[in-house]
Design a protein around this ligand. Sequence first.
Ligand code: ADP
Length: 256
Amino acid sequence: KKRVIVKIGSSSLTNGKGELSKIKLLEHTGAIAQLIKLDYEVILVSSGAVAAGFSDLGYPIRPITLAGKQAAAAVGQGLLVQAYTEAFKEHQIVTAQLLLTRDVFVSEEQYGNAYSTLKELLKRSVLPIINENDSVAIDELTFGDNDMLSALVGGLTRADFLIILTDINGFYDKNPHVNPSANRYDYLPTITDSLIEQADVVSNSKLGTGGMKSKLLAAKTALSLGVNTFVGSGSGENKLVEILNGNGDGTYIGEK
Ligand code: ADP
């Protein structure tokens, strides 16, 4: 079976107010369910805990302090996974939650445990939903928005492919929100330092955190671990199938 990691960023899960968008979530779950029906093994790495939690916590807008974000993530993580669990139930797919921190990838014991757990879940056709443990770790909230985590999970599980879904259809030679004449790269065999310089850290949406730079750094890590990567968007429930068939709206990185 082919194993695919799907990473969904905050900007692909939120509405204009920065809250969790059920409509967007349902499109993603439909697309993932389709892959599972086609016999792919899927692991979902999803952001969105802060978005799902801040309004119940009584914040009028998405918090900007670290303590505010961590509290909102603590409220929102359960709500996020509940929303996914209910949506996947409609497709007869059982979900599991794993909250990881960077420590998992440096401790041999934790690494081994995470691998065994994921292997067993996939064997039983359960969909693992991974997020960083935001209330104790700050990597996602300060730099990266789970991009690097998704690459490391790809390496951990020896995945065949990593799909990083975001609000823009790929990597451009300049930030297209600032330079309308920017051109998209359809395919990149490797990630060089000069390419990384073309990616901005600032994200347009203000909801996302690492911008395109963290995605390229993640793709570079994924490549070094033998995992080819796609960065882009797409719409409708066919989008993930199209990406895996080579017809995705975005940038393919690695072997063709
Ligand atoms: P997510 O929330 O999905 O992780 P981000 O908002 O953090 O996504 O990152 C995507 C954003 O990165 C794009 O919307 C765009 O504004 C910005 N960006 C910066 N540089 C580039 C570039 N060279 N090509 C494409 N997007 C870029």
